[in-house]
Design a protein around this ligand. Sequence first.
Ligand SMILES: [Zn+2]
Length: 96
Amino acid sequence: MIIFGTKGYLYQLAILTLVCGQCGNPAAHTLRKRVTKFTLFFVPLFPISTKHTTQCTFCGAESKLTKEQAEQLQAQATGGQGGQMHGQPQQQPYQS
Ligand SMILES: [Zn+2]
C-alpha cells in the first residue's frame, strides 16, 4: 500500500505598506508564499506548486502575484537581506 498526498507550507515573507487595490487605503499587507509539496509516506519529496499572494490587513482582500513581483516586494521590504521564513505546515491528507 502506497500512501501519498500533499502538504502545504505557508511562509510569511514580509509585511508591506501598500495602497490596496480593493479598499484604496494605504494599509499593511502581508506577503505570503504558499508551497505545496508532494509527499510519499508522509515525507515531502518535491514542490508541486508555489503561489505568492498579498493580503490587505484592512479589508482582507487577497491578490495573486507573480514570483518576480513577490521577489521585488520582498526586496523592498527587507532591504535585500532576505526575509524571515516561518513555516507552518498544514497537513492535507489525500488518500486513494
Ligand atoms: Zn484593502
